[in-house]
Design a protein around this ligand. Structure first.
Ligand SMILES: NC(=O)c1ccc[n+]([C@@H]2O[C@H](COP(=O)([O-])OP(=O)(O)OC[C@H]3O[C@@H](n4cnc5c(N)ncnc54)[C@H](O)[C@@H]3O)[C@@H](O)[C@H]2O)c1
Length: 272
């Protein structure tokens, strides 16, 4: 992809591309869960803007291949493993000497309601979302403090705002991320670190996670629909770049006065 161009269908950000490129060029950004869906879209958009992107994922093979395509740096990481966070940060420090942005994006979405959620599912979901966002934010702040600031973007969901019955543990985890984000933002503000922390709340976006949900809950395969694009629009499902635009904005200095905010990207699903 050409450096400095945004991946966008409607070209809305085109006029700002050169300013945005100047702002983002060279920033060191860590994106977790970057081997698929939203994390990959973030990594691709940020790489296109000249960022030095560190992609991490438990899926080493896919992550490595995608990072090679983007010219990004890949590290295998289970975000629920606290020790691995320390190792990842040391690696970033040795390689770049700074960290400007963290996108706590990795996630799982087991389908289970209050009556059939097992303790194992509950714990795994909270570990992957809540523990990881805690570990990641703590580790990132330690490093960002030394380079005078940064931006943390925590991937939550509209599940944090409304609660989704078939995603009990997921709704709880995303709700926790929403309020943890605000607590982090206020701590960093009063400590004058120059570090901002915001949460993003996508509705349904066309990624493997949502494709699985459609198959399991509605017996519908979006990829095998007669006209997948038409079906996506009809079902009100967004594209990964819709979220990547928001993430990029929150990592850029265009959002310098936005802190502790919850940015909903759902085409109005939660207001109707
Ligand atoms: N797709 C949506 O509609 C939607 C909506 C709201 C929120 N989200 C959130 O966005 C984030 C990305 O979701 P997606 O739709 O791209 O899903 P996805 O399944 O396409 O990608 C998730 C990625 O996270 C990785 N991952 C899972 N567990 C991990 C772990 N323990 N350590 C490191 N990596 C791990 C997976 O290997 C995968 O590459 C998640 O936090 C999800 O909850 C997605």
């Amino acid at each position: 992809m050409k450096k400095g161009t945004l991946v966008s269908e409607n070209g809305m950000l085109k006029e700002q591309t050169s300013d945005l490129f100047a702002d983002m060029n060279g920033k060191v950004i860590l994106v977790t869960g970057a081997a698929s869906g939203l994390g990959y879209a973030d990594a691709r958009m940020l790489s296109g803007l000249g960022c030095r992107v560190v992609m991490t994922d438990i899926d080493q093979e896919r992550g490595q291949a995608l990072a090679a395509e983007l010219g990004a740096f890949f590290l295998a990481q289970d975000v629920a493993d606290e020790q691995r966070w320390a190792e990842v940060m040391t690696e970033i420090d040795q390689r770049y000497g700074r960290l400007d942005g963290l996108v706590n994006n990795a996630g799982i979405a087991p389908i289970a309601h209050i009556e059939n959620t097992t303790t194992a599912t509950w714990r795994a979901t909270l570990a992957t979302h809540l523990d990881a966002t805690f570990f990641g934010s703590q580790a990132a702040i330690k490093m960002m403090k030394t380079n005078g600031g940064g931006s943390i973007v925590n991937m939550s969901s509209t599940a944090a705002l409304v609660g989704i019955p078939d995603y009990l543990a997921y709704s709880a985890a995303k709700g926790g991320i929403r309020s943890m984000t605000k607590a982090i933002a206020i701590h960093c503000r009063r400590s004058r670190y120059g570090i901002r922390c915001n949460s993003v709340h996508p509705g349904s976006i066309n990624t493997p996670m949502v494709q699985t949900a459609l198959r399991e809950l509605m017996d519908f395969d979006l990829n095998h629909a007669d006209d997948p694009e038409r079906a996506r629009l009809k079902m009100g499902i967004g594209e990964p770049d819709d979220v990547a635009h928001m993430v990029t904005f929150l990592l850029s200095s265009m959002s310098k006065h936005i802190n502790g905010a919850e940015m909903v990207v759902d085409n109005g699903d939660t207001v109707t």
